[in-house]
Design a protein around this ligand. Structure first.
Ligand code: SF4
Ligand code: SF4
Length: 179
């Protein structure tokens, strides 16, 4: 499925606890790949947080807001994460948001590219993991034809056809997928 979808509410917060894995040199979730609002500043692809030093960290680390900055950890950093080391977001070019919503009792993970699209190796790992563990996957991509990065991204669903159809309808109608 490839309708554009406003993923603005993608990243309000995460309920996950952080593992002992360290973020740096990853700063992917501050760079604009996730659409968030930080101190009334809108962050989106092509417009990263003004406090982010890419690859180095947050300039206001001690004063960063609770929501979303302190409360968020991505799937790779969550305690007991099943994601292997190489899927660190700055390396694998994907940010995984586990259990973003449920469909018919099955957890749906959301994967967001760090760049225009998720590299094939990472996407393959995520789809195989979903299949093996009876999970579902929604992943985003930038418009292929667009030179600029877009706020709205294309949405793809991986799973049974009924799931894919429902996601497609929601995207077409502009209904939020996870709120
Ligand atoms: S994307 Fe994950 S690993 Fe990277 S900075 Fe954010 S929470 Fe840390
Ligand atoms: S304020 Fe700091 S932690 Fe929050 S998004 Fe910006 S750079 Fe990241």
């Amino acid at each position: 499925m490839n309708s554009q979808h406003n993923t603005r509410a993608l990243l309000r917060r995460s309920d996950g606890k952080a593992s002992t894995r360290q973020c740096l040199p990853c700063t992917a979730c501050c760079e604009g790949w996730l659409r968030i609002e930080v101190n009334n500043e809108e962050i989106y692809p092509g417009n990263g947080c003004s406090n982010c030093e890419v690859g180095k960290g947050c300039r206001i680390y001690e004063k960063r807001p609770v929501d979303p900055c302190r409360s968020f950890v991505c799937g790779w950093r969550e305690e007991n994460s099943p994601l292997p080391d190489w899927l660190m977001p700055n390396n694998a070019k994907v940010i995984v948001l586990p259990n973003k919503f449920n469909w018919q009792g099955n957890p749906v993970d959301v994967a967001v590219p760090v760049g225009k699209r998720i590299p094939p190796r990472a996407l393959r790992w995520l789809t195989e993991y979903a299949l093996k563990n009876q999970r579902l996957l929604v992943y985003l991509e930038q418009e292929i034809t667009s030179v600029e990065l877009e706020k709205k991204q294309l949405v793809f669903a991986y799973g049974p056809s009924l799931f894919r159809q429902e996601i497609e309808v929601k995207v077409r109608e502009g209904t939020s997928l996870w709120l």
